[in-house]
Design a protein around this ligand. Structure first.
Ligand SMILES: Nc1ncnc2c1ncn2[C@@H]1O[C@H](COP(=O)(O)OP(=O)(O)OP(=O)(O)O)[C@@H](O)[C@H]1O
Ligand SMILES: [Mg+2]
Length: 495
C-alpha cells in the first residue's frame, strides 16, 4: 500500500530527478572523482581498456584472490587480470589511484554489424579531484606506454624475409614472417667487453632517444656496419641486438629485389622498432657507383652499357625489367633519403666480409653511424667462450695455462666459430677441451708464423730482384753516359 502510495505521490520522473540531485550533492561534497573505461566504446574496442588491463597485470599488489589468466596468440608468457569487482591500488608520482574492475550483463542486444559480447566489462578509476589534471595528462599516457612495452616483451619477436620476391600476400604484404627464437644475447657473444658495453650503451641511447632525435631534427634511425672475417659473430650480433632491444628483424634479400621502387615498397611495409638487415652487402648485388647515375628519379639508371640495356627493357607499364636494376642510389635513399623516415625507431645493419669493396658513399656517417669490426678471437673473448661453453671462470683455470693462451691467441687468428667448434666437440671432458684447444691454437699460430716467414722471404727476394734490375739499369745508364761523353769529345776534337 505504501509502495503504491509512494509511486503515486512520487512519479518516476520525480524520483529520477531527486536521485540525480542527490548524486550531484554527493559529488559536490565528495573529494573523489570517477572515470569509467569500458571495454567497448560504442562498437569500437577501447584501446585504453586493454592497456589498463595489461598494465595492472604487471602490478604486484593485486588484493583479490580470484584472478583471470590469459595467454595471447604468439605470446611467451601469461598475464593475469582482475575478476569482477576486484580492486587494486596503484601509485603514480606519489598520487594514489583506485582501480575497480566491473562486469555486468548487457541488457539488450542493439543492432550492430559486429556482435557485441554478452558481458559489459570495464574499469572504474577513482582519484582525488585535486589530482585530476595530473592523472589525465600524464598517468594515462604512462599506462599506454607501459602496456605497449609489456606487450612487446611478452610477444615473440618475428623474423621477416622477402624471399617471395616482389609478390604480395593476400593482405598486400611483401614480407613473410616466422617467430624469431635465436638464443644469442650479449652475454653469449664473445667479443671485447669494452666494445660490447659501448655498443649496448649506444643501442640503449637510441631506443630511449625519441626526444633527442626530435629536438635535433634527425630521423629516428641508426646504421651499423658489421665487418670482419667469416665466423666472427656478425649474424649472432644482429640476433643479440634484436633480443636486447626486443625488436623484430627484417632480413632483406637484395638479390630478390628487382627495382628501386620495389625496395621502397618493402621499406614502407616495415614496422617501427625493427632491425633491417642486409647481410653480405658486397656479395648480394653489384651496386653501381652513384656518380655515374643518370638524372632519372633517384638515379634509377646508370649510364653504363648494362644500364642502357636496362633502359631499353622498360615495359609499357613503365617498370624496368631484368635482374639487379636496383642501384646504389636506390639503396642510399632507402637508408638515408626521405624514404628512410617513413616509420620510426629503425636500425639498419649491413654486414660484410670485405669492407674495402664497399662504396665510400655507403660508409659515410649518417648512413652507417658505427663501424664495428668483428675480429678474430681475442683473449677476453676466449674467456667468455670458456664461461659459456665449459662453465669455467678465469680463476678456475691454471694461471700457467692461461698465460699460454694469452701468448698464443692473437697469433693463431682463429675465429670464435672455430674455437666454439673445438669446445662443443669436447664439452663432456672440459680439461680435454681446454688442452685440445691450446694445441689447435699453437699449431695454427705456428702455421701463421711460417706463412709470415715465407711472405717475408718472398718479399726480400722480390726486393733483391728489383734492386739488381735497378743496378743493371743504372750501369747501363752509366755506360750510355760514358759513350755519349766520348762521342761528344771526339766530335769536339774533330771540330
Ligand atoms: N663472437 C662470437 N661469440 C659467440 N659465438 C660466436 C661468435 N662468433 C661466432 N660464433 C659462433 O659461430 C657461429 C657462426 O657465427 P656467425 O654466423 O654469427 O658468424 P658470421 O660472422 O655472421 O659469419 P659470416 O660472415 O660467414 O656470415 C655461430 O653459430 C656462433 O655460435
Ligand atoms: Mg653471417
Amino acid at each position: 500500500f505504501s509502495q503504491t502510495l509512494l509511486h503515486t505521490v512520487f512519479p518516476p520522473e520525480l524520483r529520477f530527478a531527486s536521485v540525480k540531485l542527490l548524486n550531484k550533492i554527493f559529488n559536490w561534497f565528495s573529494s573523489y572523482c570517477y572515470f569509467d573505461i569500458t571495454e567497448i566504446d560504442g562498437v569500437n574496442t577501447n584501446e585504453l581498456y586493454n592497456a589498463v588491463q595489461l598494465y595492472l597485470s604487471s602490478s604486484a599488489s593485486i588484493t583479490g584472490t580470484r584472478l583471470s589468466l590469459t595467454r595471447a596468440l604468439n605470446s611467451t608468457s601469461f598475464t593475469f587480470g582482475l575478476s569482477n569487482n576486484d580492486c587494486i591500488i596503484d601509485t603514480f608520482n606519489g598520487v594514489t589511484a583506485w582501480w575497480e574492475h566491473f562486469v555486468t550483463q548487457r541488457q539488450s542486444q542493439t543492432f550492430s554489424w559486429r556482435p557485441l559480447p554478452d558481458e559489459k566489462r570495464g574499469f572504474t578509476l577513482k582519484i582525488e579531484k585535486k589530482n585530476k589534471k595530473m592523472i589525465l595528462s600524464s598517468y594515462l599516457d604512462f599506462i599506454m606506454d607501459k602496456a605497449n612495452e609489456i606487450r612487446r616483451k611478452n610477444q615473440d619477436r618475428l623474423l621477416y624475409t622477402n624471399s617471395r620476391g616482389g609478390s604480395l600476400d593476400s593482405r598486400g604484404n611483401p614480407w613473410e614472417s616466422v617467430p624469431f627464437k635465436h638464443p644469442s644475447t650479449f652475454d653469449t657473444l664473445a667479443m671485447d667487453p669494452v666494445k660490447k658495453l659501448e655498443l649496448m650503451a649506444d643501442l640503449k641511447d637510441f631506443a630511449d632517444g625519441q626526444l633527442f632525435y626530435q629536438k635535433t631534427g634527425r630521423a629516428w634511425k641508426r646504421g651499423y656496419l658489421l665487418y670482419g672475417p667469416p665466423g666472427t659473430g656478425k649474424s649472432s650480433m644482429i640476433a643479440a641486438m634484436a633480443n636486447y632491444l626486443g625488436y623484430d628483424i627484417y632480413d632483406l634479400e637484395l638479390t630478390e629485389v628487382n627495382t628501386n621502387s620495389e625496395l621502397r615498397k618493402l621499406l614502407m611495409k616495415t614496422t617501427s622498432k625493427s632491425i633491417i638487415v642486409i647481410e653480405d652487402i658486397d656479395c648480394s648485388i653489384t651496386l653501381n657507383n652513384r656518380k655515374k647515375s643518370g638524372a632519372r628519379s633517384g638515379g634509377h639508371y646508370d649510364s653504363s652499357p648494362t644500364d642502357l640495356m636496362r633502359i631499353g627493357s622498360i615495359s609499357p607499364m613503365g617498370e624496368e625489367h631484368g635482374a639487379n636494376s636496383i642501384t646504389l642510389s636506390g639503396l642510399l635513399n632507402f637508408t638515408d633519403g626521405l624514404w628512410s623516415c617513413c616509420g620510426s625507431e629503425r636500425i639498419f645493419v649491413f654486414t660484410t666480409n670485405h669492407i674495402e669493396k664497399l662504396d665510400p658513399a655507403l660508409l659515410r656517417c649518417g648512413r652507417m653511424d658505427m663501424h664495428i669490426f668483428m675480429s678474430f678471437c681475442s683473449y677476453q673473448a676466449l674467456l667468455i667462450l670458456f664461461k659459456n661453453y665449459l662453465g669455467f671462470e678465469k680463476h678456475e683455470l691454471e694461471a700457467e695455462l692461461m698465460k699460454e693462451f694469452e701468448s698464443v691467441i692473437d697469433k693463431a687468428q682463429m675465429t670464435p666459430a672455430d674455437i666454439s667448434e673445438v669446445l662443443i666437440k669436447n664439452r663432456r671432458d672440459k680439461h680435454k677441451a681446454v688442452l685440445e684447444l691450446l694445441g689447435a691454437l699453437k699449431s695454427r699460430a705456428m702455421k701463421n708464423s711460417m706463412i709470415v716467414v715465407q711472405d717475408v722471404e718472398e718479399q726480400e727476394k722480390r726486393a733483391l730482384e728489383m734492386t739488381t734490375t735497378e743496378e743493371e739499369e743504372e750501369e747501363e745508364e752509366n755506360c750510355n753516359d760514358a759513350l755519349l761523353e766520348t762521342c761528344s769529345s771526339k766530335q769536339e776534337k774533330m771540330n
